[in-house]
Design a protein around this ligand. Structure first.
Ligand code: MG
Length: 142
């Protein structure tokens, strides 16, 4: 099974209306996470957890999720990392990394490992149905 690394802000949380500043659960988030959990080994890669704990992620997402979504969120593994999300990526495994804002150091690491194609850009603040596109993409080459 390939790995998938999933960001939260700009990915799982986006906007319902790109003109509004209100944060919302991204459309299709639940079906996207269900699909990922069925087909990938799933890991969070978010600034809301750098210590390997899921509880800070749960607390952050709490206003946006119901019990069903929380159950999915808890099945995705958090990571320990400091500065670059890519430091906690296992480059020996095939993966996708779903992210709205890649840092130049992270891009450099992907390029060094020949894995720039594993990076999937989406910003669900602007592309409100972006997770449907990403779901189709990662579904077409599991
Ligand atoms: Mg983000």
């Amino acid at each position: 099974m390939k790995c998938i690394y999933i960001d939260i802000d700009g990915v799982i949380l986006g906007r319902n209306d790109p003109q509004s500043s209100d944060v919302a659960l991204a459309r299709h988030a639940q079906e996207f996470l269900e699909f990922c959990l069925q087909n990938y080994r799933c890991y969070w890669r978010t600034t809301h957890s750098r210590d390997g704990s899921i509880e800070s992620i749960i607390a952050y997402l709490y206003p946006y999720m119901d019990a069903q979504l929380e159950d999915l969120v808890r099945q995705i593994q958090p990571a320990e990392w400091d500065f670059l999300k890519t430091d906690a990526i296992d480059f020996d495994q095939d993966f996708y990394w779903i992210e709205d804002q890649i840092l130049s150091g992270e891009r450099d690491q992907l390029i060094q490992h020949g894995k720039l194609d594993s990076y999937v850009f989406v910003d669900t603040r602007k592309e409100v149905v972006g997770l449907r596109r990403v779901g189709d993409l990662v579904g077409s080459s599991k």
